[in-house]
Ligand binder design. Sequence first.
Ligand code: DQA
Length: 144
Amino acid sequence: MKLAIVNGANLNMLSYRETEHYGSLTYDDLINKIKDNLPDIFTYVDFFQSNIEGEIINYLHKITREDYDALIINPGAYAHYSYAIYDALLIFKGYKIEVHLSDIYQRDDFRKKLVTAPACNEIISGQGVNSYLLALASLVDIYS
Ligand code: DQA
């Protein structure tokens, strides 16, 4: 199974950002935690991070053309307003899970509006790094 894990705006700045919301792990720590907990069914996993909306869209087009089976995406703040990423997610037909480290429902009002999540099959929020690990577990349930 080919899996893509996408992180959007400002997620490369983990550990410099509000640690009360995002914890003290660095972006590399996050990726390593995911790699350490990768279930066997994922024979190929690609990681992508960008702070540029168009690059994320282009990447979603690439994994669509390359027939990836599944996607875990944390769009960062794009989750709250990017209709262009929403449209790109609709084109990708694999199973899609949107994740957030923080509990977006317990923060600023603008974070409660989710624009990209309706294009996904599931949303997991507020579990820190475990949001990604729960998404992996969910994909295992679906694909095995
Ligand atoms: C976030 C939540 C977003 O509201 C915020 O803009 C982020 C990170 C999260 O993982 O909790 O950049 O996606």
